[in-house]
Design a protein around this ligand. Sequence first.
Ligand code: ADP
Ligand code: MG
Length: 587
Amino acid sequence: MKRLSVTKILVLTVVALIAVAPMIAPAFYVTLLNYIGLYSLVALGLVLLTGVAGQTSFGQAAFVGLGAYTTAVLTTQYGWSPWLTLIVALAITLTVGYLLGLITLSMGGHYLPLATIAWGMSLYFLMGTIEQFGGFTGITGIPPVSLFGFSLERESHFYYFIWIVVLAALWAVANLLDSRPGRAIRALKQGTTMVEAFGVHPGRTKTAVFVIAAVLACLSGWLYAHLQRFVNPTPFGINQGIEYLFMAVIGGAVSVWGAVLGATFVTLLKTWLQDLLPKIIGEAGQFEIIVFGILLVLILQYARDGLMPFLQRFVPVTKRVLPAAGDRLQHRPMPAANEPVLSVAAARKTFGGLVAVGDVTFNVDAREIVGLIGPNGAGKSTCFNLISGALAATSGSIKFMGHELIGQPASAISKLGLARTFQHVKLVATMTVVENVALGAYLRGSKGIIASALRLNKEDETAALAEAMRQLQRVGLAEHAHDAASSLPLGKQRIVEIARALASDPILLLLDEPAAGLRFAEKQQLASLIKTLKGEGVTVLLVEHDMDFVMGVVDRLVVLNFGQKLAQGLPEAVQADPAVREAYLGA
Ligand code: ADP
Ligand code: MG
């Protein structure tokens, strides 16, 4: 028999409590719980969008309004079935969400929050002014929803409907976060350079997340309309949009249950404060808003990750069961020895007046280990960024396996079989080591958001994790698979980056200072790993400052100085070159 983890027991307890609540709680609290359920759906979208992916939306209330008004108008004025209006509402939401995301997310910065404010305000006024929408008095007489011929007219019946939807949404989003596209989503917050280097299209991923959040809000609005049976614009304004953000921030993003926690906390507190404050202050007014403001500042100050971590402290961590290391993913054909792999011709990169890389030319053949060396600021990392597509070259040509790379996005370059590590380590701190490595295998999996949310990705997922375990074994870090990436010393984090790059099954591996921060024995291990890789057909281009290390592994050297190629050739010859000595002694 499988043993239930503590987390599972807790979840089952919460579900059981939700199931019995209408039988034991006073009617007033059942009403509150209905609203908490509706708010949880919206907050769940924001936990994903804001908490996990780092994008802020003030316009979620407008998506709730969109769901509510679509069904209100179509059911009362055109006699449509609520189920049909749900499809229409979701279709409109998908379109609006996609367009808003497409226009604003690629621009980055503050465009999304600003656009969502504009969207929230305009929809609010539209609802209030258009006569067919009933102006600010709203629309009454919305029919109840029927399920299998059973009308969900009573509030306690609708309660179960709402909470089944909420639990299903929690399940789906939790599944999603724990999958191939989910790892890409979780990595977005720390910037786009790294995810792009492993084939993720950040703009598309962010747009998808925005659309998911919008869909959850729309669903909440549709439910709201059929619970209340009337709508007016008030609950769909910017104020409510901000309150949804409160819920998501207060709950926190460490677990999807943060959405329910945040919604519960805000709703109960608001209800109690509305009762209590007038008694204390002696007059009515929206004083709870002030209390909320203060609370939010305090929470952001003392509990950056929201309230969920406080609860989780009482839950023992259950390690997820990982598949054994395995080699189930497809491999790409490797080029034969000495076939040209990379040819950099007159590549140039300027930053304003600074020539970081000035018309540098060199090439790397299959199964070669080439060292790119030079003093600090010589342009080595910039060179890597040009090759991997993290930076756009000013001019020149870079060919990889016969394809011109200049002008191509990093995600496309990664697809061709190029993988890299970063001088400034870019691991996702909130993910475990094995999840970070699995991100490297992104392009070798295929299951998307919907399949992952519905858990139709078992095989894909097992194969990716087995591959990640295999690479971790290969680099000697298997025992750290479950650890948070940020808990490892920096030197080991660099090795995790190598495992992640290897998980992409690269033809060419770019290593930027991989030995920095390693101890002597670890450096020796790394050197033997690089040689093993060569034996397996991988080509390596390596930046490194430790000359003993470099001389021990490379076949050939290219020396840069002030963005110019100073020398190239066999290690001994380069080492003896007076110009090279001069550059190093000068530095
Ligand atoms: P290396 O890796 O060889 O130490 P880099 O490639 O990081 O050198 O840097 C080469 C030069 O380009 C340095 O003078 C650095 O300050 C400059 N540089 C690198 N990246 C940028 C950037 N994004 N903006 C402006 N200058 C940069
Ligand atoms: Mg560098």
